[in-house]
Design a protein around this ligand. Structure first.
Ligand SMILES: Nc1ncnc2c1ncn2[C@@H]1O[C@H](COP(=O)(O)OP(=O)(O)O)[C@@H](O)[C@H]1O
Ligand SMILES: O=C(CO)[C@@H](O)[C@H](O)COP(=O)(O)O
Length: 461
């Protein structure tokens, strides 16, 4: 069978898998790091893509990109990037989001218009911030696109107009998953005038060709890519622990949440992908490991040595501010320190528990809004941690299964590329997502209860 490539251009790195188009088996893979920071020039993503793909894409018949969602990439009339992209985790647009909500008549009006309530993450809020704070640069912008749109366009040698897909478009705040179209009026409200936006392609459309002649598929957002890579079915929810923490499930019907907790995204196949996102996930663990002078394996051993509840020590892990709950200016904090719990093991456990309690709240938000969840699939970099897997079984209200470790976002992009190549109605049946471990439930409801108590006391939410 022909070879296809999937590219995951996520916050911390670019990962590429080359697969057999028939069964999805991975033939070769590579990765390259992205720079740190919440504003990044897109050329850095292209450089990482070129580094990771060197020699890797020979003989590949089709390719697709799944990228970090929401990032604001603005271009001028020559197609050149106007300023560094503001990423999903850049919180400077929090005030702009509040203004937009008030101007339209409140959160419900936004949920009805675009299935989402703007927060700092959504592209629409970033456009408002840009127009208000950098008017000279903003005046040069003629178009706006998302990270995966821009990379996809570069892959085609910038031939033709840029394209996107339903999944990533649904995270802009000016495209509606349930309405199926752009809300140019909301883009104009945010930016003050119209900007060119990418055409929204069908899920398996060919949007162009690489200079070498490979089919380029539309691509999608990274969470939609993971859903496609896992072959996610209704009843399964994903808890993904990368730079962001996300909880999501596929749904045949759109979900609109006027509280703004659940984002009403589309998936990459024509369905919907209700999703809750936290700003602080795997890097809470790396930061805590650094503080304790150890590495992820050392943190794991320490966290496993402490009892559930960390002896009363609670970490609110809002190290980079927080998106859910909406606390963009928050900092992290430690509570309940006593002489007997001031140990490295208790601190490590509190970090793992704090990170996962935010995701447990996200899972409850999904089920509260009618999304059926029978099982949780735990993926992303931090799912490699045994402590994370064990603690997940104590705080998540569902059985936890861990798929075989794999780059599911990149695999989803590769599966979409194979789909575009095949030209079939449905994506090819691949064997990905086999379960490596079922984690036995060991509920410890007091952990979440204490976390909620501390969060309410400190932040009032
Ligand atoms: N064994 C582990 N324990 C905890 N964290 C880990 C482990 N292995 C990788 N990570 C973390 O996972 C993160 C990368 O996860 P990934 O899902 O690739 O993120 P992203 O897609 O956002 O770039 C890094 O912060 C890394 O430190
Ligand atoms: O903003 C969201 C989802 O709404 C994030 O999930 C980004 O899509 C970044 O993902 P990672 O780099 O953490 O995978």
């Amino acid at each position: 069978m022909p070879l296809v490539a999937g590219i995951d251009s996520s916050t911390q790195s670019c990962k590429i898998v080359v697969c057999d188009a028939g069964d999805g088996s991975v033939v070769r893979e590579a990765r390259a790091p992205h720079p740190d920071g919440t504003e990044v020039h897109p050329r850095a993503w292209w450089a990482a893509l070129e580094e990771a793909s060197a020699g890797l894409l020979d003989g590949v018949a089709a390719v697709a990109v799944a990228g970090q969602q929401h990032g604001m990439v603005t271009v001028d009339g020559d197609g050149e990037v106007v300023r560094e992209a503001l990423l999903w985790n850049d919180t400077r647009s929090a005030g702009a989001a509040e203004d937009l909500i008030a101007e339209l008549g409140g959160p419900r009006a936004w949920a009805e218009a675009v299935d989402n309530v703007p927060g700092a993450s959504l592209t629409v809020s970033k456009l408002r911030w840009f127009a208000e704070n950098e008017p000279e640069a903003a005046a040069r912008a003629t178009g706006v696109m998302l990270p995966h749109d821009w990379l996809t366009w570069r892959l085609t040698g910038r031939e033709g107009a840029p394209a996107t897909d339903r999944g990533d478009a649904s995270g802009t705040g000016y495209w509606s998953a349930s309405g199926g179209g752009y809300r140019t009026d909301l883009l104009v409200r945010a930016f003050g005038r119209e900007l060119d936006t990418p055409r929204v392609a069908a899920p398996a459309e060919t949007v162009g060709y690489t200079p070498g002649g490979a089919v380029v598929a539309p691509g999608t957002g990274d969470n939609m890519g993971a859903a496609l890579g896992l072959g996610l079915r209704p009843g399964d929810a994903v808890v993904s622990l990368g730079t962001s923490g996300t909880v999501f499930a596929v749904s045949e019907t759109p979900v609109r949440d006027a509280s703004g907790t659940v984002c009403g995204f589309a998936d990459a196949t024509g369905r919907y992908l209700p999703l809750v996102c936290t700003l602080n996930a795997a890097r809470v663990l790396t930061a805590t490991a650094g503080l304790l002078g150890t590495d992820p394996a050392g943190l794991d051993a320490l966290a496993l040595a402490a009892e559930p509840g960390a002896g009363g020590l609670v970490m609110l892990p809002y190290l980079d501010g927080e998106r859910t709950p909406a606390l963009p200016a928050a900092a992290g904090s430690l509570h309940g320190m006593r002489r007997d719990n001031m140990t490295a093991a208790h601190l490590a456990r509190a970090a793992v528990e704090g990170m996962l309690c935010g995701l447990a709240d996200g899972l409850s938000a999904l089920t509260d809004r009618g999304v059926p969840v029978r099982r949780v699939l735990l993926v992303g970099g931090a799912a490699r941690s045994e402590a994370v897997r064990r603690v997940a079984a104590t705080v998540l209200d569902a059985p936890v299964a861990v798929p075989e470790p794999a780059e599911y976002v990149a695999l989803g992009a590769a599966r979409q590329a194979a789909w575009a190549l095949a030209g079939t109605d449905a994506p090819p049946e691949w064997n990905a997502g086999g379960i490596a471990e079922e984690v036995g439930a060991s509920p410890a409801p007091q952990v979440r209860a204490r976390y909620a108590e501390v969060r309410r006391a400190v932040h009032g939410v």
